[in-house]
Design a protein around this ligand. Sequence first.
Ligand code: ADP
Length: 402
Amino acid sequence: MKILIVNAGSSSLKYQLVDMEGEKIMAKGLVERIGIEGSKLTQKVNGEQLVFEQPIANHTEACSLMIKALTDAEKGAVKDMSDIGAVGHRVLHGGEAFTASMLITEEVKDAIRANIPLGPLHNPANLMGIEACEAVMPGVPNVAVFDTAFHQTMPAKAYMYGVPYEYYERLHVRRYGFHGTSHRYVSKRACEFLGLDRNNTKVITCHLGNGSSMAAVKNGKCVDTSMGITPLEGVVMGTRSGSMDPAVVQFIANNEGMTVDEVLNMCNKKSGLLGISGLSSDMRDIDKAADEGHERAALARDMLHYGIKKYIGSYAAAMGGVDVIVFTAGIGENGAELRESVMKDFEFLGAKLDPQKNIEGNRKESVISADDSKVKIVVIPTDEEIVIARDTLCIVTGQPIE
Ligand code: ADP
């Protein structure tokens, strides 16, 4: 079966077509600037690029254009859309309603809609993507794969915030966590790769990209994660502040005459590596500047390394030990220096990096711990798309999801 994977943002739509026989990627595409001047679709099939530059008013038009590109006689990937068996959608916030991927029905859409207050930027866009696919591909089943679902196994002691309980009951204020599809994939894959039984293994996963999150995965189930009710909590990120005393928000708002919304916008978009360094949100720029002696870039880098280190220590404590530490996503997969710095002085926990293996371990599945390290440290490139495709296949063929 051929499965289309759709990741709809507010003004963009990324897609991939996967042939599940051999899990081969047949096409990759991006629709940019939906509803804004300069709209454009770019698609790659077998290295051949196809570009449509034309006004694209909304997500339905974006989906129609995606179909036109996928079925293009010269540079398309399929003859017609009847070749596509199902569509898998990445959906940001499933709230407490979803603990796994779901076949999309009216009830599921209602629940995604009900979670808009928790995911105000992404959930409306995800819904637009779903409804656009329903409109342009009638009869094709759609599946939702939630970023939050994997974390729903956390115990209440890990997900509750210490505010009055009524806010949980009335407003669902709690930790949800994000990047769940990635944490699920890399924790499982790391165990397969190492030949370990994931039902009897304690894994700490470090998903370090523009947005970063950590998770403690005990016996295949998430028991804690660093992101919270929104993706703002946790380690310092590209433009997000990560965790801090919430009084900082009030303090800045009062002193600068800003609203809470304005301060939180600043915490989401102008903080983190960008805000501390004053230079860039991109780790490569930060590393380069820090190595050249830029003090605030070095500080931003130190803050990130230190934050990750603290989460590893606390998650090892939370699980009563750790067997495997996984690094993934842009920084985790490429950042040998970061991995070395983070894992320094962790011998007390039984975790020792092999410097050479660490350098050679970039961008591929690899063990980067020393042979005598009790804790295995690994790099596992993440692959959220394949999880979405596999879940979609399982759901539409009635197989259990792994
Ligand atoms: P997103 O969260 O947008 O999916 P990615 O997982 O692609 O992000 O990660 C982007 C981050 O990865 C950026 O900070 C980028 O600088 C970083 N990155 C990519 N390549 C390298 C590298 N060679 N060394 C260090 N960081 C890198």
